[in-house]
Ligand binder design. Sequence first.
Ligand code: AMP
Length: 399
Amino acid sequence: MKILVLNAGSSSLKYQLFNMEDAKVLAKGLCERIGAGGTVTHKKTGAEPFFEEIDLPDHGVALGRVLNLLSSPEYGVIASVDEIDAVGHRVAHGGEKFKESSRITESVIAYLETIVPINPLHGPPAIAGMKACLSLMPNVPQVAVFDTSFYSEIEDFRYVYPIPYEFYENDQIRRYGFHGTSHRYVSHELARVLGKPIEELKIITCHLGNGSSITAVDGGKAIDTSMGFTPQEGIAMGTRSGSIDPTVVTYLMKTKGYTAQEVEDILNKKSGLLGISGLSNDCRNITEAANNGNARAELALKILTNGIKKHIGAYAAEMNGLDALVFTAGIGENQWNVRARVCEGMSFLGIEIDEEKNLNFERGVPFELTKEGAKVATWIIPTDEEYMIAIDTQRLASK
Ligand code: AMP
C-alpha cells in the first residue's frame, strides 16, 4: 500500500510518500511561498534533490505539481497517481469532536470550518489541502489525523481553565493540547523498545523543538499536557513565551498602547529563546553563545530547562510515579546539554542519566540514556509524525 502524507501550512505543503510494506519513504518534499510566488523542493529517496521556482497560487495547484513530480519519469517514484492508495492529512486541531483519526467526508470538513475561529492559522490551509485532494483524487480515501485527538481522554479538571465556566461552554475555550501525534508515536515506540505493554507504563514525553510540549502518558493515554487552548501555553519555546501571568498581556496593552494582535505577535514571534537572548530562536546558537559567556543566552537555557523540569515534577506527581522519560524533536534528539540540565538533580524521582551516553548518543535511532541502576528509563526516541499519520491512514483506509 502506498500512502501520501500531507501537512499543509498557511503558505506551505509538506509531503511524504510511504510504501507501507517496508515502512520506507519513497519520496518527500516541500512546496513553499504558496500564494506569493512558489518553490518546490522534491527528493526521491536515494537521489539528488530537485528544486524549482514555479507559480503556486493556491494549495490545489501545489498538490497538482506534487502529484506530477511523484509520477514523473525523471523525478518520480510511481508510474501513475493511481498507485496512491490513500492520503493522510496532518490536522492540528480537531476541536472537541474528533477523539481519534477520521475518514474525511464533506461533514468532517464542514465541522472543521466551524472551528476555524479557534484555529485560525492552521485550519484554513488544512481544509484547503483536503479540498484539493477531494477534487484531484476523488476516489482515493482521505484520512485526517488530528494533533489534538491524543488528548481526548484528559479529564475535565485538567482541561477546563479556572475562568468563568461559560467561556468553556459557549466559546470552546479549554486546554486542547498539540503535538499529540508525536507524543503518541514516541510513547508507543518507547514501549516497543522496552518490550513492555504501554498499559503498564507511566511515561513523560518531552517534545522539544522550535515549538515544545510535554505530555504525561499513563497506561498509553495522555492524561495531561503543557500546551493548551493554543500551542502558546507551556514551556518557553523558540519564539513563543509559553505560560506567563495573563495580566502581562493587558498591562502591555494599557501601558504601551499595543493592540491585541501586536501583543500576540510579541508573545508568539518575539519571545522564548529569541526574546530572552536577543540573539536567536535556534537552541544551537543559544548553546554556543552561552558557552562563550553570553549571560542572556545562559539565562534562556536556564528558563527553558527549568520549565521542563517543573513539568516533569508535576506530571510525575499527577501520575503517582514515573517509569520512563522520553526526549524527542530537534532539541530533545540533538542537544545533549539541554537533556543534561533537565535531568540534573532529579535522582529523587529516579531520573539519572549516564553522562557518557548522553554525550556520545547515536542519532536517528531510539537510544537509551539511563544510568545503571536508575529507577526511571530515560530514552531519546526520534519522532516520526508522518509515519504515525501513515499508519492511521492505512488502518482507516482499509476499513
Ligand atoms: P524542530 O522544531 O523539532 O525542528 O527543532 C528545532 C530546534 O532543534 C532548534 O532550536 C534547533 O536549534 C534544535 N536542534 C539542535 N540540533 C539540531 C539538529 N541537529 N537538527 C535540527 N535541529 C536541531
